[in-house]
Design a protein around this ligand. Structure first.
Ligand code: GDP
Ligand code: IMO
Ligand code: MG
Length: 427
């Protein structure tokens, strides 16, 4: 029985989906609390590969309840596609998936605006968004003009949507983009509303009841700490709070109910899209990490930028999220390397810097200070106990924990469920 938050501790794609899948066995409810279909969470079960965008990864376990919280922005058409795909693959969602009636809705004009704004940004200030309409939808939420899932079921939905369509099409035209087809949007969303009605509910009460009844609840963070709207590398971030605090505002569960926070980190670092990345490797080693780690975006297919593990980022993330333990993933990707580096601090303007500067231009000028390790140069892919890791791999993991002040609880050496080592904390 516990309430656990699992957060991405770098720039996303840390392997959250895989770890959620492993932990779901032990819980009753899995909840997404922020983001939208910009997320791509991969789970490999035997020869089957699933990529989940909006539905919590826990859905792949029969009998588990899954919730899309109020903090998520929901594209109903994308969600229905995901529901249909899961049903076709023998994983029906009825009765197990619950969508908050307070979650904001993504409309086609949000996606068109996302695309237009990216197009209009100067070449060196593009964010490289996933074009899933995330920024404009959260923008409408903050501007108090968004529509929520409860509105989708309201008899006045058509009128409410019409008002927005008129305004947004004016903006799109002014930006030189094609307006959206208002009657087609009305038709598609009315239909989606009918199909989603059985799923839309008061998830705040549902979740609080589950916690009060002693059920175990697992919060599935999307994106990562460095993409958080407040704490990430602004403006090269997403538009929600990916950090642990988002689990409260994004679900209606009070802070003191949370027992534990797990931070997921890759044994190296990746980033998709634009923005500073101090430990990025633009050389053959970076290419090797990309190849060995199959680093292509699960949502957009874009190649991910790769670099060394950044302990400054991980320490910052541990502090912000109150991380109790790491789930370290993709250690196996480092298997063949002769030398492995960890960034322990930055150097900026002749000064040593131990944390992330708020000024993006300062961060862009930071250069990493590295500590070098001899690689273990043998396969860790088949290792099933922490004690059986090659000594140099253990030393690398131990140093990573020492530098970040957080112990390792889970270690992953492959994409599949059985490539997961549970590490007992030394008392
Ligand atoms: P998420 O967004 O955090 O859920 O991560 P993604 O699914 O976008 O990307 C992680 C990728 O790494 C997926 O393709 C996973 O199947 C894969 N993966 C997860 N853990 C491991 C691991 O320990 N080793 C290897 N080689 N791959 C892993
Ligand atoms: P998961 O949950 C990695 C990145 C985009 C872009 C920035 C803003 O799979 O870890 P957005 O579409 O959100 O406005 O894009 O954030 N981004 C992600 N990068 N993993 C993700 O999700 C991401 N979701 C958004 O590439 O740089
Ligand atoms: Mg991903």
């Amino acid at each position: 029985m516990s309430v656990t938050v699992l957060v991405g501790s770098q720039w996303g794609d840390e392997g959250k989906g895989k770890i959620i899948d492993v932990l779901t066995r032990e819980v009753d409810v899995v909840v997404r609390y922020q983001g939208g279909s910009n997320a791509g969470h991969t789970v490999e079960i035997g020869a089957q590969r699933y990529v989940l965008h909006l539905i919590p990864s826990g859905i792949l376990h029969e009998g588990k309840q899954c919730v899309i919280g109020n903090g998520v922005v929901v594209d109903p058409v994308a969600l229905l596609k995901e529901i249909d795909e899961l049903t076709e693959r023998g994983m029906p969602t009825e009765g197990r998936l619950h969508i908050s009636d307070r979650a904001h809705i993504v409309f086609p004009y949000h996606k068109a605006l996302d695309e237009s704004r990216e197009r209009l940004r100067a070449k060196d200030s593009k964010i490289g968004t996933t074009k899933r309409g995330i920024g404009p939808t959260y923008g409408d939420k903050a501007a108090r003009t968004g529509l929520r899932m409860a509105d989708l079921l309201d008899p006045h939905f058509g009128t409410l949507l019409d008002e927005r369509l008129v305004e947004k099409n004016r903006i799109l035209t002014a930006l030189g983009a094609e307006p959206v087809d208002a009657s087609e949007v009305q038709r598609a969303y009315a239909q989606a509303g009918e199909r989603l009605a059985p799923y839309i509910t008061d998830t705040v009460s549902l979740l609080n009841r589950a916690v009060n009844d002693g059920k175990s609840v697992l919060f599935e963070g999307a994106q990562g700490t460095m993409l958080d709207i407040d704490f990430g590398t602004f403006p090269y971030v997403t538009s929600s709070n990916a950090t642990a605090g988002g689990a409260c505002t994004g679900t209606g569960i009070a802070p003191h109910r949370i027992d534990r926070v797990i931070g997921v980190v890759k044994a190296y670092t990746t980033r998709v899209g634009e923005g500073p990345f101090p430990t990025e490797l633009a050389d053959e080693t970076g290419a090797l990490l990309g190849r060995e780690g199959r680093e292509f975006g699960a949502t957009t297919g874009r190649p991910r930028r790769c670099g060394w593990f950044d302990a400054v980022v991980a320490r910052f993330s541990a502090m912000l999220n109150g991380i109790d333990e790491w789930a370290i993933t993709k250690l196996d990707v480092l298997d063949s390397l002769e030398t492995i580096r960890i960034c322990t601090a930055y150097e900026c303007g002749g000064k040593r810097c131990e944390t992330i500067p708020a000024n993006i231009r300062t961060l862009e000028q930071c250069t990493p200070v590295y500590e070098d390790f001899e690689g273990w140069q043998c396969s860790t892919k088949e290792v099933s106990r922490f004690e059986d890791l090659p000594p140099r791999a253990r030393a690398y993991v131990d140093r990573l924990c020492e530098l970040t002040g957080v112990p390792v609880g889970i270690l992953s050496v492959g994409p599949r469920r059985d490539s997961t080592l549970r590490v007992r904390a030394e008392a």
